[in-house]
Design a protein around this ligand. Structure first.
Ligand code: CUA
Length: 327
């Protein structure tokens, strides 16, 4: 009976471990050079730990089963001495390996000769994203980070309120975003794909609802995408642009091509083409945009955006449809 429980617990944990290794938010399914080094370190530690565990278990079983009489004091002393030497030597070798990996975990982008810089600012509970690319004006976006495969990117990380932590597990290690300070992180995506980045530092009631999408694109697709961001969305001046302005949304949000130029909230210039809504928490649909306008605090407790449920439902629907059309 107990054995059967052990077997099912073992099976469950194996399934858990194996399924936990893949997916859009896994450090063990690397798609970037830095994440690759971290995964390598992880598996080496697991392998060495497993070998030692098997060895110690073997010695323990031998000691229990063999029924030998107590060993001499001299033998016990030398066992303790050599056991200590072995432990220290193993730890020193593993530490050396980790230190040897370290330069590849935190390369300085400036030294790597990159020209693409993305400035990311953490806010309760979203991310401002500004692309600085030679030949383009500064391109402002939010809650989505796009980067080219095979090109090193430098990220400069800030916070406007409390400490957040920026992390794309599939691409590299995490880095804190600290008010009044600029931290730098460098990433090199090696495979195209869409990944998820969570905020990795408790930052308030909606910390668990602060995420973003990270999209690694083939270099030519990335540059085509950048070029398409320079111009305002074709739909910006049509549709419910007037309603958006009349209800005051433009005092917090920017929509390029209109008079809306607020900077307190996320830039909405190309909102319709983003993968998610509300910083990684909802599918980007017109219905969800309408819900967010109506009751943002129900979807994201503690959010700074006031609820606009008092607006006429037709206006909310029209604004949501217009925003969804901003591609
Ligand atoms: Cu931002 Cu947790």
């Amino acid at each position: 009976m107990i054995l059967r429980h052990f077997a099912s617990a073992g099976l469950l944990s194996t399934v858990g471990v194996v399924t936990g290794c893949s997916g859009i938010q896994s450090a063990l399914d690397p798609a970037g050079a830095e994440a690759d080094a971290i995964a390598k370190l992880f598996w080496v530690l697991v392998a060495v730990g497993t070998i030692i565990w098997l060895g110690v278990s073997g010695i323990l079983l031998y000691g229990v089963r063999s029924g030998r009489r107590p060993i001499t004091e001299a033998a016990a002393s030398s066992l303790i001495l050599w056991g200590g030497v072995f432990t220290a030597a193993t730890l020193v070798v593993l530490l050396g390996f980790a230190l040897w990996l370290m330069p590849s975990l935190r390369p300085f982008a400036g030294e790597a000769g990159t020209s693409l810089r993305i400035e990311i600012t953490g806010r309760q509970y979203w991310w401002r994203v500004v692309y600085h690319v030679p030949g383009y004006p500064a391109l402002i976006s939010a809650n989505e980070v796009r980067l080219p495969v095979g090109e090193r990117v430098e990220l400069t990380l800030h916070s406007d309120d409390v400490i957040h932590s920026f992390w794309i597990p599939a691409l590299g290690g995490k880095m804190d975003m600290i008010p009044g300070r600029e931290n730098r992180l460098s990433l090199l995506a090696t495979k195209p794909g869409t990944f998820r980045g969570p905020c990795a530092e408790f930052c308030g009631t909606s910390h668990a609802l602060m995420a973003f999408s990270a999209v690694a694109m083939e270099s030519k697709d990335f540059h085509a995408w950048l070029a398409s961001r320079v111009k305002p969305s074709p739909g910006a001046t049509a549709g419910a642009a007037g309603l958006f302005l009349r209800h005051g949304c433009g005092s917090c949000h920017t929509v390029a091509g209109t008079e809306a130029a607020g900077t307190l909230g996320p830039d909405l210039s190309h909102l319709g083409s983003r993968l998610t809504l509300g910083a990684g928490i909802l599918p980007n649909t017109a219905e969800n945009i309408a819900r967010f306008i109506t009751e943002p605090d129900k979807i994201k407790p503690g959010v700074e955006m006031p609820a606009f449920g008092m607006l006429p439902p037709d206006d909310i629907r029209a604004i949501a449809a217009w925003l969804k059309g901003l591609e």
